[in-house]
Ligand binder design. Structure first.
Ligand SMILES: Nc1ncnc2c1ncn2[C@@H]1O[C@H](COP(=O)(O)OP(=O)(O)OP(=O)(O)O)[C@@H](O)[C@H]1O
Ligand SMILES: [Mg+2]
Length: 229
């Protein structure tokens, strides 16, 4: 993120023009560090959620993946464009995380990469377009729809909320996205899973918090906090 403009806000009569926030390689690195730290701290919690309705590996998977991602992103040259950096994240996840979540999160970042392309900075609109491309990739790859009780149920409302708040700037949009992800995560807890390992449990999957929707919420919270400083 770079805040261009010396003032926190410039009042123009009744109109307040807030400085533009942009997403750049430094922001992406802050996001990766924040998300990797939080996944590491919450590894046992994520794995416990997955032990109730899966195979008890989600925290381990995500921690392994983002530990590798952190190393790869740290090695990138400072002039690396956002597309190349996001592609590095996606490829690293696909090669280091097995199961459902590796290919799904990997696809999310690969689609982000294609959308961001050679940009060195993305404004609020470009980041929103890229996030939606990521969501569409996850939906295509996993074939989950809303209410199947997956990460889609956190990701999809997060990106809708982002779009709804994007005219207020990137920080506001990411804040709305993080809140909507958490709401989505909690909304599906009573539901019966219809995708992934949890679906094998049928009715017994009800009333358990979904691990993937939980890690996706941590992802949006990390993105918000990385951009917000
Ligand atoms: N088809 C899908 N589409 C979107 N998300 C999915 C899908 N299947 C599972 N998920 C998400 O992945 C999470 C589980 O991730 P995890 O890392 O534990 O993989 P896994 O299910 O153990 O993989 P595998 O069954 O191949 O070992 C679920 O909580 C759910 O949110
Ligand atoms: Mg699992």
């Amino acid at each position: 993120m770079g805040r261009t403009g010396a003032h926190p806000g410039i009042a123009l009569g009744s109109l307040s023009v807030w400085p533009m926030t942009t997403f750049d390689l430094a922001a992406l690195r802050r996001f990766v560090d924040t998300f990797a730290d939080r996944l590491h701290e919450r590894k046992d919690e994520l794995t416990a959620l997955d032990s109730a309705i899966g195979d008890a590996d989600h925290g381990i998977n995500m921690d392994r993946g983002f530990t590798a991602v952190r190393g790869k992103v740290a090695e990138l040259d400072d002039g690396t464009d956002l597309g190349t950096a996001a592609k590095t994240i996606g490829m690293t996840l696909i090669s280091t995380v097995g199961g459902a979540s590796g290919p799904l999160y990997g696809t999310f970042f690969l689609r982000l990469a294609t959308s961001l392309g050679e940009r060195s900075e993305a404004d609020a609109e470009a980041l929103g377009v890229a996030l939606r491309a990521g969501l569409e990739g996850v939906a295509q790859r996993g074939k989950a729809v809303l209410d199947d009780k997956t990460m889609i149920d956190a990701m999809s409302p997060a990106i809708d909320a982002y779009d709804g708040a994007a005219s207020d700037g990137m920080a506001a949009a990411l804040n709305a996205a993080a809140e909507a992800a958490a709401t989505g995560r909690d909304r599906i807890t009573p539901l019966v899973a219809r995708k992934g390992r949890a679906s094998y449990l049928g009715e017994r999957s009800a009333n358990h918090q979904d691990p993937g929707a939980t890690s996706t919420t941590v992802m949006f919270e990390s993105l918000r906090d990385a951009v917000d400083g």
